[in-house]
Write a protein that binds this ligand. Structure first.
Ligand SMILES: [Zn+2]
Length: 294
């Protein structure tokens, strides 16, 4: 709808009264309507929980953050969503817009603050950095299988409680550490490593569906749980698994036992959290859901 503003200026003088009509330039009406815009702060590799007014027409809406469609659902705070900030963030703030038909509601402003990550130097066998040729076929096949699972998460949460760390143990490598292998190859460790002896029981961080329960080249015996909303938790290097693909598990279920399978230097549990394509710090998922309670 076009908006015409007609301003009428009444100029008066001692001698005569003049009425001048000034027509303002045609202004396109702003499509963004402010509906309780809330402010949030997030850091690289973190997750932030957002909520906004439950617009009646919300069922067919689209939540767009940085122009990307984010899964949302109807919860106890209205419409709710988890917004992930990539580890490789450009540290630029952005808006989340809820779009219903042609109407756009500005629901969140997200400020991105900087975060520093430590560096680690590692010495490992050459073949562990650069996988042998025959392993590449296997790795590619496994990646295809994993990607297929990452694309098919339900658009609603499969959990009702807060996430919990899978193990209460010493962290040997924190999320985000920059790793330099043999002074040659640089990478980032986008998960959390917990010290765990072979055979230590590992429990699910929350309820969800087992989408991966098999041996993989890098992470060895691995369990991946789909929690809905494209939120996944990954448990790597286990000695033995206690679940099969297709199972639904409750929170705190025994999913396997720690080990040293896959590309490792010793036994530990690698815990990864993936939220629509972004590897996120596990603690951040625990914090973002803490309001749901144990
Ligand atoms: Zn790890």
């Amino acid at each position: 709808m076009k908006l015409f503003l007609i301003a009428i200026l009444v100029l008066s003088s001692c001698a005569s009264k003049k009425v001048i009509k000034i027509e303002a330039p045609v202004v396109e009406q702003k499509k963004i309507t402010k509906v309780e815009t809330k402010n949030y702060v997030v850091r690289p590799g973190e997750l932030v929980f957002i909520s906004f007014s439950d617009l009646r027409e919300g069922n067919n809406g689209k939540l767009l953050c940085k122009g990307k469609s984010i899964p949302y659902y109807r919860g106890q705070n209205g419409l709710e969503a988890f917004v992930a900030e990539t580890y490789f963030s450009k540290l630029k703030g952005y808006h989340c817009i809820f779009k219903v038909g042609k109407k756009e509601h500005l629901v969140a402003h997200i400020e991105v603050k900087d975060k520093s990550f430590p560096s680690e130097r590692l010495r490992v066998a050459k073949k562990k950095i650069f996988p042998p040729k025959k392993a590449l076929i296997r790795i590619r096949k496994e990646q295809k299988f994993l990607n297929k699972n990452y694309r098919s998460s339900p658009k609603y949460p499969l959990f009702v409680k807060a996430f919990k760390k899978p193990l209460d143990s010493f962290v040997t490598s924190i999320y985000g550490s920059k790793r330099l292998y043999n002074n040659k190859k640089q990478s980032q460790h986008l998960g959390t490593d917990y010290r765990a002896a072979v055979g230590t029981p590992i429990y699910s961080a929350n309820s969800g569906k087992v989408v991966v329960g098999r041996d993989l080249y890098y992470t060895g015996n691995t369990v991946t749980l789909d929690h809905g909303l494209s939120i996944f938790t990954i448990y790597g290097h286990m000695s033995k698994l206690n679940v099969v693909e297709g199972d639904y598990v409750p929170k705190g279920a025994l999913i396997g036992w720690a080990g040293a399978t896959g590309r490792v230097t010793g036994p530990h549990l690698h815990w990864g959290v993936k939220v629509y394509g972004n590897w996120i710090e596990g603690d951040s998922l625990v914090d973002a859901t803490s309001w749901l309670g144990e």
